[in-house]
Design a protein around this ligand. Structure first.
Ligand code: ATP
Ligand code: MG
Length: 377
């Protein structure tokens, strides 16, 4: 099996792999880039595994005139920058002692040992600079069957690092075969380990949930998360039922993780939303509860958020989308209120604000049709 894609054969990755190999060390691309390439999914970042120690990697890079940044030196990771592109180079590792998230690591010169500490068999694939794929743990059949399977015993691997519970559901949503369902042993292990989710940082939970909910169809994975008790730990009060309906309604609309989150409901404090996301979520939840009309929502909060609320409503109440909903949103999003403060010269301060708002409400109720003259009359 051979990778022929440009992400690997471009000058920058070739330079990094060759500068390590030229010094007599092993150097492979590994993990997500190999997996995605073999699945015909775009490759975004390139990780490299080597038996060279981090200080050796730094020295080799600097000799070749490349910048080396010690981005995770305690885990053996150095980021090399070639042609403005970053490559995370990590020394082969084995986990000596694990603490449910952070492990004490030891470096290794054995590829198989490095593969064994990885989470899923489809993530334990390597490729040489010439594209030859190495599969030390038999991950290729799983990858081709789109089966997310733990490396080794699922229970033990989860106790080492509870983040793997979320990664299991996330990778299933992204790369699993929806027809095949989730591995029952892994699900049982997730159920047994859910309490460990409370020990994870909100940043990590948020990052995994964003990726999970951005997948083409996260509904089966989220349904399984609910059944095994994981969903209630990371999103207390969430209801998974509406999600499959939403995904079905989304046909012509790109996935949006916040829209999916809106339909799930629940407390978002474990997800570390950005300020912007939290504000958008508050607006959407208020509009969802108040049954605001589509055009008014689009006028007040923009077309994207309004579209999310209309879709979420249809999913949650299991009602069809109104035939003209897209037109209503377009009309509201482009409507411009014809009055400004200068049109009400006799008013000032709070009275001016109140009168402008009252007239704006009338104008919205008229379906944005009242003119300036009609409003002032
Ligand atoms: P993506 O970047 O698309 O989310 P990825 O597979 O590259 O997917 P990363 O989180 O970037 O995922 O990790 C890179 C690789 O490191 C994984 O493919 C896996 O081999 C290993 N890995 C990452 N996190 C863990 C973990 N918690 N436990 C075991 N191995 C892990
Ligand atoms: Mg990655």
């Amino acid at each position: 099996m051979q990778i022929k894609d440009a992400w690997l054969h471009a000058p920058a990755p070739q330079q990094v792999l060759h500068l390590i190999a030229a010094a007599g060390y092993q150097a492979y691309v590994v993990g997500g880039c190999v997996r995605n390439s073999l699945m015909d999914v775009p490759v975004t970042d390139i990780d490299i595994a080597t038996d060279a120690r981090p200080e050796t990697v730094i020295a080799l890079a600097e000799n070749a005139g490349l910048r080396a940044v010690p981005t995770g030196i305690e885990h053996g990771t150095v980021t090399l920058v070639a042609d403005g592109q970053g490559f995370e180079v990590t020394t082969f590792r084995c986990d000596v002692e694990t603490h449910g998230r952070h492990a004490t690591v030891a470096f290794s010169s054995d590829l198989r040992e490095d593969a064994t500490r990885r989470d899923f068999t489809m993530n334990a694939l390597y490729a040489r600079a010439d594209g030859t794929v190495l599969d030390p743990l038999g991950g290729l059949p799983d990858l081709h069957a789109r089966r997310v399977r733990f490396v080794g015993d699922a229970n033990a691997r989860i106790r080492e690092d509870y983040l793997r519970i979320l990664r299991f559901f996330r990778f299933h949503a992204q790369y699993g075969d929806p027809a095949q369902g989730l591995d029952p042993d892994a699900l049982a292990a997730c159920a047994a380990g859910v309490e460990g989710l409370d020990r994870l940082s909100h940043e990590r939970i948020g990052a995994e949930m964003r990726k999970l909910l951005s997948a083409h169809d996260p509904a089966p994975a989220v349904g399984a998360m609910a059944q095994c008790g994981a969903l209630a730990r990371v999103l207390p009060g969430a209801q998974p039922e509406g999600l499959a309906v939403l995904v079905h309604l989304e046909q012509d609309t790109a996935p949006d993780w916040l829209r999916r989150l809106l339909v799930l409901g629940g407390q978002t404090d474990h997800l570390r939303l950005t300020r912007r996301e939290a504000r958008d979520m508050d607006k959407m939840r208020a509009a969802l509860a108040e049954m605001t009309r589509s055009a008014e929502m689009a006028y007040r909060m923009g077309a994207d958020l309004a579209r999310n609320v209309v879709l979420a409503r249809a999913a949650l109440f299991e009602t069809p989308l109104p035939p003209d909903w897209q037109d209503c949103i377009a009309r509201g999003a482009t409507a411009r209120f014809p009055l400004r403060a200068q049109h009400l010269p006799h008013l000032q301060g709070p009275q001016l604000g109140a009168q402008l708002r009252a007239l704006e409400d009338r104008w919205i109720a008229s379906n944005f049709s009242l003119s300036k003259t009609e409003l002032l009359a």
